[in-house]
Write a protein that binds this ligand. Structure first.
Ligand code: IMP
Ligand code: MG
Length: 181
């Protein structure tokens, strides 16, 4: 499909599935090179909902012993005036002492990834690396290192391959970009 419509917005084909898979191949090779023979059995921590397709594809290309687990970041209002507090659903003390590779769909401003990193540090993990399908370097405002990024894009808004616009568009195998309207 060349064009799709989600809610009130129109999107056009941007990155076909073959290109996405090539980029995932390349990032998987880097991860394989870093972890093979290291003696570590890392946990790939997939951040739902956006990274479900990326996680499935990436994990099929991993050649060393590893685990995979799925988490969700939920916000709830704290009792203090500090406002929103993030809670990690689906992970806890079993991550203590583990090497963790966060699997994200997209890193934009970096807020999400920094919050996740802080929570994992509090849980006492041994190491944290970040692996993302998409990275928007022009929007990124944090100093945390993005260890593995499959594709870099500008500040445009994209959907497909797990990424959504207001929950729609996750099912497409290709990536679509928002059209100026
Ligand atoms: P950050 O916390 O600003 O880095 O934003 C990360 C989150 O924003 C991602 O996990 C996505 O849910 C969402 N997001 C940012 N950019 C896009 C995009 O282009 N398409 C779809 N979702 C996006
Ligand atoms: Mg989203």
């Amino acid at each position: 499909m060349e064009r799709i419509e989600l809610h009130d917005k129109k999107f056009r084909l941007f990155i076909p599935n073959e290109k996405i898979e090539e980029a995932i191949d390349a990032v998987a090779s880097k991860i394989n090179a870093d972890y093979m023979g290291s003696g570590s059995t890392p946990v790939f921590l997939s951040v739902l909902n956006g990274s479900f397709m990326f996680t499935a594809s990436l994990l099929q290309k991993i050649k060393f012993g590893c685990e995979v687990s799925f988490v969700k970041l939920a916000s709830y209002s704290g009792t203090s005036s500090t406002g929103q507090i993030k809670e990690l659903i689906g992970a806890g003390s079993e991550l203590e002492g583990r090497d963790v590779i966060i699997v994200e769909d997209i890193v934009d401003s970096g807020r999400t990834i920094v919050e996740l990193h802080e929570i994992l540090t509090r849980l006492g993990v041994s190491s944290v690396r970040i692996c993302t399908l998409f990275y928007k370097p022009k929007a990124y405002k944090k100093s945390l290192r993005i260890d593995y990024s499959a594709m870099e894009i500008g500040n445009e808004f994209i959907v497909g391959f797990g990424l959504d616009y207001d929950q729609l568009g996750r099912q497409y195998k290709d990536i679509y970009i928002i059209e100026n309207q």
